[in-house]
Design a protein around this ligand. Structure first.
Ligand SMILES: *Cc1c(COP(=O)(O)O)cnc(C)c1O
Length: 339
């Protein structure tokens, strides 16, 4: 099977497993796991932040980010297609008791004007607004990069409104690989940044939240409260450290393969959003029927909605896999299933 459902489906390579096997460990809740500590310092350095905290998932690091930047009853401003709002099981309400205000914008970008229009004056009727959440790359729009200048201008508007800024950077290093702009340039504009090692970077598990030392100290307490305090976590942190040290630059290969996949699908007659990174969105007519026919031809993908399918390239997808996926889809188009 060629698995294009997500870039989370990668399996650790032998070299990554060796790093896990050899990891030095201690009790991380006591702050004694040297591998976890190295990972946290390494990622804080990559992002130009004072500190970072390691957690099991990007959902946890995002939600800790929401928690440490807000108070109960606050309003959090997000893009209407944001992962933190749509795909995290209602956690902003569950964990932080905040309400989420959804803003529109092309490709996950929120304009300063849109943000300003959503601002609420000081008045006893209104919720307090404390946080803007941004996402880069933007998953739902097909892995679009948040342009740095647009990012900077909405962050400046947010500061003017007294908001803090959290970045869901589950695929921030894809944005770096696609543009050559260091991840830390986006991170510098934010209070907290979440990054994942378990997407295209290929680790089996693990995300980090970076920020200033005081915020991350608070985040460590929140992580414990959520059940994310792990003990000899160096065994898995070693995989994440390996991923950040070795697999960032190769994300460009995933982007090239996504571009090739998109071109092939387009030649086969499909309407495709040209990918900026590793996510390809394809219009297929009837998504469930298409996916069934595709799986019968040995290729897995996921529905985005009733007519759109998402395909991700990643560490375990080769050039040959891309060709075979295009052939499989082309076969379906010929049989008219794509309708
Ligand atoms: C995958 C993802 C996350 C985190 O997901 P987990 O599965 O909880 O690690 C957060 N934001 C975006 C945009 C994602 O794609």
């Amino acid at each position: 099977m060629i698995d294009l459902r997500s870039d989370t489906v990668t399996r650790p390579t032998p070299q990554m497993r060796r790093a896990m096997f050899e990891a030095e460990v201690g009790d991380d809740v006591y702050g004694e796991d040297p591998t976890v500590r190295r990972l946290e310092e390494y990622v804080a350095g990559l992002l130009g932040k004072e500190d970072a905290v390691y957690a099991p998932s990007g959902t946890m690091t995002n939600q800790i980010g929401v928690y440490v930047n807000t108070s109960r009853g606050d309003e959090v401003l997000v893009h209407q297609d944001a992962h933190v709002f749509n795909y995290e099981a209602g956690a902003p309400a569950l964990v932080s008791s905040v309400q989420v205000r959804q803003l529109p914008g092309e490709g996950g970008v929120i304009s300063p004007e849109t943000l300003r229009a959503a601002a609420r004056p000081e008045n006893v009727h209104f919720p307090r607004q404390s946080l803007l959440c941004l996402e880069n790359t933007h998953n739902a729009s097909g892995g679009r990069v948040y342009p740095l200048d647009a990012f900077a201008s909405v962050c400046e508007e947010a500061r003017g409104l007294g908001l803090r800024v959290h970045l869901d950077g589950a695929r921030l290093f894809n944005a770096q690989a696609a543009t050559g702009i260091p991840a830390r340039e986006w991170a510098a504009l934010c209070d907290t940044v979440s990054v994942c090692s378990s997407k295209g970077l290929g680790a089996p598990v693990g995300s980090l939240l970076a920020g200033d030392a005081g915020t991350i100290a608070e985040a460590r307490r929140a992580r414990k409260a959520l059940g994310g305090g792990m003990r000899q976590a160096g065994v898995i942190a070693a995989a994440s450290l390996y991923a950040f040290e070795h697999n960032i630059d190769r994300l460009a290969e995933d982007h090239e393969r996504a571009a090739r996949l998109a071109r092939g699908l387009s030649s086969a007659g499909y309407e495709v959003v040209p990918p900026e990174t590793n996510i390809v969105l394809v219009e297929v007519g009837d998504a469930p029927r298409f996916l069934e026919a595709l799986a019968a031809r040995g290729v897995l993908a996921t529905p985005r909605n009733s007519s759109t399918v998402r395909m991700c390239t990643h560490l375990d997808v080769s050039d040959e896999d891309v060709e075979r996926a295009v052939e499989a889809a082309a076969g379906i188009a010929r049989f008219g299933v794509a309708g």
